[in-house]
Design a protein around this ligand. Sequence first.
Ligand SMILES: [Zn+2]
Ligand SMILES: [Zn+2]
Length: 114
Amino acid sequence: MKSGICPKCGSSEVYSGADIPPFTKMGSNWANSIPVTLWNYAALDNYVCVDCGYVESYVADPVKRAAIARKWPRVGEVGEIAAPVAAGSGSCPACGNAVKKGWRACPYCGQPLV
Ligand SMILES: [Zn+2]
Ligand SMILES: [Zn+2]
């Protein structure tokens, strides 16, 4: 999405709110932010595809990202399978779906994996 191409519909009509000042992005209700801890909020940079309406949000502040890494539990094995390409995994040569190392066949198309 940051490259300017919508991952959902392939449109290049992607617009970014990243240059809006952080205070404005927070809004009166801190609506455009996520809670890191009870009183610690991180403002979000939003990327919007105006063709299909898809929105992607990024925490721009590296200090906030470091706080999240300290405060939040790391997503474990289940989350890694859901991720497109996680460490120790690759993609199926036949259908391109994400598969994990050690799997003998692709669960999506049945292609045997070495
Ligand atoms: Zn789109
Ligand atoms: Zn496959």
